[in-house]
Ligand binder design. Structure first.
Ligand SMILES: Nc1ncnc2c1ncn2[C@@H]1O[C@H](COP(=O)(O)OP(=O)(O)OP(=O)(O)O)[C@@H](O)[C@H]1O
Ligand SMILES: [Mg+2]
Length: 313
């Protein structure tokens, strides 16, 4: 009897994207915003797409999630989410989006409805996730409090009654992460989740994402234009330019040995803290490579936000 070749069983990636292409139909003609990109994410991995403005990062993420208008965006290629092919069957996305796959939107200031309390928006997410019924107010409240605790929002009962304008940018981003977690997702898609935040608050949010990943083995697709953010949290990086990946690899390899001028320029754009920065929470730049981004000050007050005069736009 001939022995069969020994192959190590490989876990199927949670997200597998092959030859993915997005053409946008605009007044000025058809734009190929995403041109044949391929990548995959396993559970517990963070994969980052980095690139300059207009390179196609958001279109890639929105296309995968099927959040682009059907009549204006033509998708091709294959996107498998937990084995479900969402490109072949547009309805298939409903089985995964907001369930095993959740989006953390870019701008916390505009992503929430200003006329509904934080609590009612969180309750809605919990209802959609099927974690508690609309009638069971006690269960909704308990789950909402638990979710806010998980994202380290202090006095959650009090915060649930507040409206978005009553919370700081860092706190709102935590609320958005709590909303994304309502469905116990296995993959978070985060489109520039910290770019609207002050750098110190940003560190706290990135720490939170890493902590959630460690505790729950969530996969993360991170979209950023900031190689400083990418190097902190990524296992692998894909560098995007004009709709295509110009290089891909392990984070260390891309940061230490960038293969293209384009990536070198992105690296050169990473700010380095100089001696004039006297913010107590600021860590030396050299320490940041090991996930030691300056921790946020107490999120109860988001004091780092006020200390450094964060902009909210
Ligand atoms: N609604 C739209 N109408 C016309 N063109 C669009 C539209 N949305 C995106 N594009 C074009 O698609 C390309 C990719 O844009 P996309 O928003 O994906 O870039 P991005 O990498 O996310 O940029 P940013 O870092 O600024 O968010 C760009 O050339 C952009 O001009
Ligand atoms: Mg974008």
């Amino acid at each position: 009897m001939t022995a069969l070749p020994q192959t190590k069983p490989q876990e199927q990636p949670f997200l597998e994207v092959r030859d993915f292409q997005v053409e946008l139909i605009t007044d000025a003609g058809i734009i190929r915003a995403v041109d044949s990109v391929s990548f995959s994410i396993h559970r517990g991995e963070t994969v980052t797409i980095i690139g300059e403005s207009g390179s196609g990062k958001s279109t890639t993420a929105m296309g995968i999630l099927r959040l682009l208008p059907e009549d204006l965006a033509v998708l091709s290629g294959t996107v498998l989410i937990d084995g479900v092919d969402v490109t072949a069957d547009p309805k298939a996305i409903d089985k995964v989006r907001g369930k095993t796959l959740a989006l953390i939107p870019q701008d916390p200031m505009t992503a929430l409805s200003p006329v509904h309390s934080v609590g009612s928006q969180l309750f809605e997410a919990i209802r959609i996730a099927g974690a508690a019924s609309a009638k069971d107010k006690g269960a909704l409240q308990a789950r909402a409090v638990r979710l806010l605790e998980q994202v380290h929002i202090p006095t959650p009962e009090k915060q649930l009654k507040k409206y978005p304008h009553q919370l700081s940018g860092g706190m709102l981003q935590r609320v958005l992460i709590a909303i994304a977690l309502a469905s116990e997702p296995q993959l978070l898609v985060a489109d520039e989740p910290t770019s609207a935040l002050d750098v110190t608050v940003q560190g706290g949010i990135l720490d939170l994402l890493l902590e959630l990943q460690e505790q729950r083995g969530i996969g993360i697709l991170m979209i950023t234009h900031d190689l400083g953010v990418a190097r902190l949290i990524s296992d692998r990086i894909h560098v995007m330019k004009d709709g295509s990946f110009v290089e891909s690899g392990e984070v260390q390899q891309i940061v230490d040995h960038p293969a293209t001028e384009y990536t070198r320029n992105l690296l050169a754009a990473v700010p380095v803290l100089g001696p004039w920065d006297e913010t107590p929470a600021a860590a030396p730049a050299a320490a940041r490579g090991s996930h030691a981004y300056p921790a946020t000050a107490d999120p109860a007050t988001d004091s780092a936000l006020t200390q450094t005069g964060a902009s909210h736009d």
